[in-house]
Ligand binder design. Structure first.
Ligand code: 4AD
Ligand code: MG
Length: 437
């Protein structure tokens, strides 16, 4: 790979009238009798128009990969920035047949069927660039704050988030599962490395077709010793604010391209809003908010019910900043969540809800340290106690008070981009109905 210019590099007075060579794909093409107008798209989604005598453009088709040399010309009529290239020499690296399956207006399903090609659309590549920044600034925050990054296995024997959403796999002549969360491994590493974090794919065999569930998602998780609930929230609000402010600065033209109004995002800074679960239920009850029961009927929400997406939407529809909900009933939370020693049935846990109804983006908690209590809850949640022997050892050998959280990166990107469907922010989404491309 030699260093080479991209389309936006040459749109400047400096390059005006100079000869340049650009590489890319044919994004659009309009052939006239003498002259052909081509919109070239480079390998970062930038575009520039070039012209070429039509007799030299016979073989050019949409998505053919080419190299073009010619002189840059400042011309106010040129689309996409007022510069174009008067093409002279053309080299074709890869010719595309004329039946390119993706046109200008396509159904969502077709775009998903052809996702391997649709990733070239400027919309998809812009989303991917913003996502890359979100990942980069996440990592930067942890590095700057002295957390160590670790890698955790995704082939596991234990459920973290309940047995019903486990993907079972054949592991030689045994059964294993795809990991729902790296948390238990992060917990183990807290004893060896202090504050640790990881970014791992997590898997949930959830039979729900919603705009915020994937079967495979990118999970940022963090765990630290001697961290309690208040600090747990501070870490998350600092991290999320840092990611957002840096991404807005770094990718401003990308947000503009996607027509994402970032006014509210630009005001996101610590502290976030905080509300107890009890207060949330009181508010929802005062608005006669109902939940669906097992028999299909609706009844008014009660203390003890989990917050569903509708309730999260109701609580945050007028919020500009994210909202931490804390003090969930212990029975709504997994076995590892610590019960508040001063308030029976209350857990030391927090869910972070993105504003404007985007819903839960992270869950965190202090971790239970009492072996017996964890064992009881593992059984109550119908999990296999044998799988957790190693996890309980962590409590037996020098347990330390610790806390952690998991942030769904796809959900974070969805909210930052203000997009309805989570599939739009993932390159190759995995859902109940889709495992290819
Ligand atoms: O709330 P969850 O299930 O919590 C955990 O997995 C903890 N073990 C994390 C931890 O403390 N280390 O998942 C954490 C986040 C959710 O808030 C959500 O953002 C995301 O992961 N998430 C999903 N994202 C997309 N599709 C799904 N099916 C998701 N399930 C969870
Ligand atoms: Mg959760």
């Amino acid at each position: 790979m030699s260093t080479y210019l991209r389309c936006n590099d040459v749109k400047s007075n400096y390059y005006d009238e100079k000869e340049v060579t650009l590489r890319g794909w044919i994004h659009r093409i309009r052939k006239q009798k003498e002259i052909t107008f081509v919109l070239l798209r480079d390998d970062r989604g930038g575009v520039i128009q070039f012209t070429i005598p039509t007799k030299k453009a016979i073989d050019l088709t949409i998505e053919s990969c080419i190299q073009i040399s010619g002189n840059v010309k400042k011309d106010a009529r040129a689309p996409e920035g007022g510069y174009e290239i008067r093409g002279k020499d053309l080299k074709i690296f890869g010719t595309a047949p004329a039946d390119y399956p993706i046109g200008e207006y396509q159904s969502q399903d077709l775009l998903l069927d052809y996702r391997h090609l649709a990733v070239r659309t400027r919309r998809m590549s812009t989303i991917a660039k913003i996502r890359a920044s979100i990942l980069k600034f996440s990592r930067q925050w942890f590095i700057e704050n002295d957390w160590l990054e670790i890698n955790a296995p995704v082939i596991v024997k234990d459920a973290v988030e309940g047995g019903s959403s486990l993907f079972e796999i054949k592991y030689f002549d045994r059964i294993a599962f795809l990991s729902q969360s790296a948390q238990l491994y992060l917990e183990a590493m807290v004893f060896a490395l202090g504050p640790v974090w990881s970014i791992t794919e997590s898997f949930r065999a959830e039979r729900s077709r919603t705009v915020r569930h994937l079967a495979e998602f990118t999970h940022l998780e963090a765990e630290a010793p001697w961290m309690y609930q208040e600090e747990l929230m501070k870490v998350q609000e600092n991290l999320v604010s840092f990611i957002i402010q840096n991404t807005l600065t770094n990718n401003s033209p990308d947000f503009e391209f996607l027509n994402r109004n970032v006014k509210e995002l630009s005001s996101i800074s610590p502290p976030f809003e905080r509300m107890s679960y009890g207060k949330a239920v009181d508010i929802l009850r005062s608005r006669d908010f109902t939940v669906l029961c097992g028999d299909g009927a609706h009844r008014k929400i009660e203390w003890g019910d989990d917050l569903n997406i509708e309730s999260e939407r109701e609580l945050t529809k007028d919020c500009v900043k994210p909202l931490f909900v804390y003090e969930f009933p212990i029975d709504t939370k997994p076995f590892y969540v610590r019960e508040d020693p001063t308030k029976s049935e209350i857990s030391l846990s927090t869910d972070l809800l993105a504003p404007r109804g985007f819903g839960e983006i992270s869950s965190g908690s202090e971790r239970e340290s009492d072996v017996e209590s964890i064992e009881k809850r593992i059984e109550k949640q119908s999990l296999d106690p044998k799988a957790y022997g190693w996890y309980l050892d962590l409590r037996r050998y020098g347990s330390v008070p610790h806390s952690g959280f998991g942030l769904g990166m796809d959900r974070l990107v969805r909210w930052i981009l203000g997009m309805e469907d989570i599939k739009d922010v993932v390159l190759f989404p995995r859902t109940m109905s889709r495992v290819t491309p």
